[in-house]
Design a protein around this ligand. Structure first.
Ligand SMILES: [Zn+2]
Length: 397
């Protein structure tokens, strides 16, 4: 992870949706004589960032909870009072597919304006068969509408909905609904690439998560897990055991969890923006994970409750200043390992011939400026599959 393979004085040739060559400009000018040219001189060009963990399909923002937390209420207490995820669920259920699409599109464009060209987007604020399918259809339509690459994840197991929490055997009834109704509907409609479960004390237990994810694997979906965010509860161990593509959060991962993840192919996806916004002092042990040999990715966790930011480079700043990663490690975490967290590492996340033409251009002369100007927006252009996602080039040249 500490080798981001930074090179200078090269040009990148794009042919259709692929990178065709990376070489000094003089060499490429003859081969691609008729190419249109984007002048990147004096700037930093990176692989388009991969945001491998977002909850971008939601209705209203939840700014009122920020003050509640400041006054001393914690995340679980706000949830117990019907806030948190439950309030986003109530809100999303009242909204039409079209309305959700119109709310989500500008959010995703903001991500692109920060250099993100691949975004994983989860459902999980519906929690009924109809509302989960509605959310996933919105993701599919957004993927057709926007030039960015969207990767849909079904997160029906985001929370036990209140109507199931209030009845006897509600937990097991909801797990049954997930496995025997929602999952087959989602899988047969081809609306999701991954299934995810919020595995945390008070939400889904390790046993319940194992049941849901085993069924999802049988239905042909890749696996993800919200694991060990607030307390070490065996989530990382479960992710490794079932061969999850990624285990996400991990702020409270145990030493044994670190060892097990490091020996597995599961990517450790860290979300430092969430801990910052919640005012938590304890960040995920990125250093211990990387030093043990785990593949670490960074993502925004963009969502209305605990991480309402689309500023992906800010997450890299936190990676360096809070998680004590090197700049090279934060670049790899934002690109190659983000792609690996979505099973896309063979075609996304590198500027190399044959890879998808996903690129981001920054108003910076050194790659170390990307995490340095924290909170700033330095991205002046981004492209996915060779198509423009964001461009300020004309204004800035
Ligand atoms: Zn999440």
């Amino acid at each position: 992870m500490n080798d981001a393979a930074i090179v200078t004085n090269v040009a990148v040739a794009v042919d259709g949706d692929r990178i065709a060559a990376v070489a000094p400009l003089g060499e490429l000018e003859n081969t691609f004589a008729n190419a249109s040219v984007v002048d990147c001189r004096g700037r930093v060009l990176t692989p388009g960032f991969v945001d491998s963990h977002t909850h971008a399909i939601f209705g209203k923002p939840r700014y009122e909870e920020q003050e509640l937390r400041a006054s001393g209420l914690d995340y679980m207490e706000i949830a117990r009072r019907g806030g948190g995820i439950h309030s986003s669920v109530r809100d999303l259920r009242t909204r039409s597919e079209q309305e959700l699409l119109e709310l989500a599109a500008p959010r995703l464009r903001r991500l692109a304006a920060h250099g993100v060209t691949t975004v994983e987007v989860k459902s999980g604020y519906g929690l009924t068969p109809e509302d989960e399918l509605k959310s996933l259809r919105v993701i599919r339509r957004l993927g057709e509408l926007l030039p960015m690459r969207l990767v849909p994840t079904w997160l029906g197991a985001h929370e036990i909905p209140l109507e199931f929490r209030e009845i006897a055997n509600g937990r097991s009834e909801y797990v049954r609904l997930l496995v025997s109704t929602m999952l087959p509907d989602v899988a047969s409609a081809g609306l999701a690439r991954f299934a995810d479960v919020f595995c945390e004390p008070g939400v889904f237990t390790v046993e319940e998560a194992r049941t849901i994810l085993s069924a999802a694997r049988s239905a042909g979906l890749g696996l993800k897990l919200h694991a060990d965010e607030l307390r070490a509860s065996g989530g990382a161990e479960l992710a490794a055991e079932i061969g999850a593509t990624s285990a996400d959060h991990l702020a409270a991962i145990s030493d044994s969890g670190i060892r097990v993840l490091a020996q597995s192919n599961t990517v450790a996806t860290l979300l430092p923006g969430t801990m910052l916004f919640l005012g938590k002092e304890k960040q995920a042990p990125a250093r211990a994970l990387i030093d043990a040999g785990a593949a670490v990715a960074l993502a925004t966790d963009f969502n209305p409750g605990t991480s309402p930011t689309t500023n992906f480079p800010l997450i890299m700043s936190l990676g360096v200043s809070q998680l004590r990663m090197s700049v090279a490690e934060s670049m790899v975490a934002a690109t190659v390992n983000g792609a690996a967290a979505l099973s896309l590492a063979d075609r996304v996340g590198q500027i190399a011939p044959g890879f998808s033409a996903d690129l981001a251009l920054f108003d910076a002369s050194d790659v170390r400026e990307l995490p340095y100007w924290y909170g700033d927006r330095r991205c002046v252009g981004s492209w996915a599959r060779g198509r423009v996602c964001h461009s300020q080039i004309a204004e800035t040249l």
